[in-house]
Design a protein around this ligand. Structure first.
Ligand code: NAD
Length: 246
């Protein structure tokens, strides 16, 4: 039987690393992409079914080279998980253009560039895109003008992909994680935000990387073969309430 190949961006740690581990448990091979070469090398050490590739998803030339490299190594791509992301929070009036661009370059441009470059490979396999947005792309709260707007755009980009690429058998879905205690989140979640999430989330807790990975891998798998264009929140119920955040 052919071994399927997932390309996972931002795979050096956090949700991307948990996703890599779960794909491997389910028998896939994984192309682990990250711009942090040291952390990526550590994460990939001793993982026979995965291969690390050091690339920045926000740079067009690098993305072209990345896809060529992955295809040379594995020969196929069955799922593309656009997970690499950055978070910077701040009030609108203090969000300077440089910060806005840093967030957009990875969170939005990166998803567009990687997806576009992978379309020919996914046409071959009738594969799937899985884009990681956020509950911050579903609901507005203060401080998240750049981050939340980038994630709302990823939700729309997913729907565009599903609408346009369905005729090739390509599926596209989006996962919106609630808060998870990763390096990204802990750099921007103040104690006030942490407490507010606990109160606002019906399950009253943060999620784990593994809980997000379970939804990602399911949506990439054949088990979800008739699911496309969907936005799935894995968020302890946060999006179902109207409770606000600081
Ligand atoms: P993380 O910081 O632990 O991991 C992100 C990884 O992406 C890092 O290894 C980083 O080096 C890599 N990366 C960042 N920019 C890159 C680029 N331009 N090119 C290549 N690699 C790059 O963060 P995480 O929490 O695991 O986040 C994963 C995704 O989940 C992100 O898209 C994030 O926005 C989203 N998300 C996270 C949370 C949360 O609470 N942790 C909530 C909602 C959504």
């Amino acid at each position: 039987m052919t071994t399927k190949v997932a390309l996972v961006t931002g795979a050096a740690r956090g949700i991307g690393l948990a996703t890599t581990h779960l794909f491997i448990e389910e028998g896939w091979h994984v192309a682990m992409i990250d711009r942090d070469g040291d952390e990526l090398a550590l994460a990939a050490e001793g993982v026979a079914a995965a291969k690390p590739f050091v690339y920045d998803v926000s740079i067009p030339d690098q993305v072209e080279a990345m896809v060529a490299d992955v295809l040379a190594a594995f020969g196929r791509i069955d799922a593309v998980v656009n997970n690499a992301g950055v978070a910077e929070f701040g009030p609108i009036e203090q969000t300077d253009f440089a910060m806005w661009r840093r967030v957009m370059e990875t969170n939005l441009d990166g998803v567009f560039l990687v997806s576009q470059a992978c379309i020919p490979a996914l046409k071959e396999t009738k594969g799937a895109f899985l884009n990681i947005a956020s509950i911050s792309g579903l609901r507005a709260s203060t401080l998240r003008v750049a981050y939340g707007t980038s994630k709302a755009a990823v939700i729309q980009l997913t729907k565009q992909q599903a609408a346009e690429l369905g005729e090739y058998g390509i599926r596209a879905n989006c996962v919106c994680p609630g808060p998870v205690r990763t390096k990204l989140a802990m750099a921007v979640h103040s104690q006030e935000i942490i407490d507010a999430y606990h109160d606002a989330i019906p399950l009253n807790r943060y999620g784990s990387e593994r809980e997000i990975a379970e939804v990602i891998v399911f949506l990439c798998s054949e088990r979800a073969s008739y699911v496309t264009g969907q936005v799935v929140a894995s968020d302890g119920g946060f999006d179902s309430t109207g409770v606000g955040l600081p």
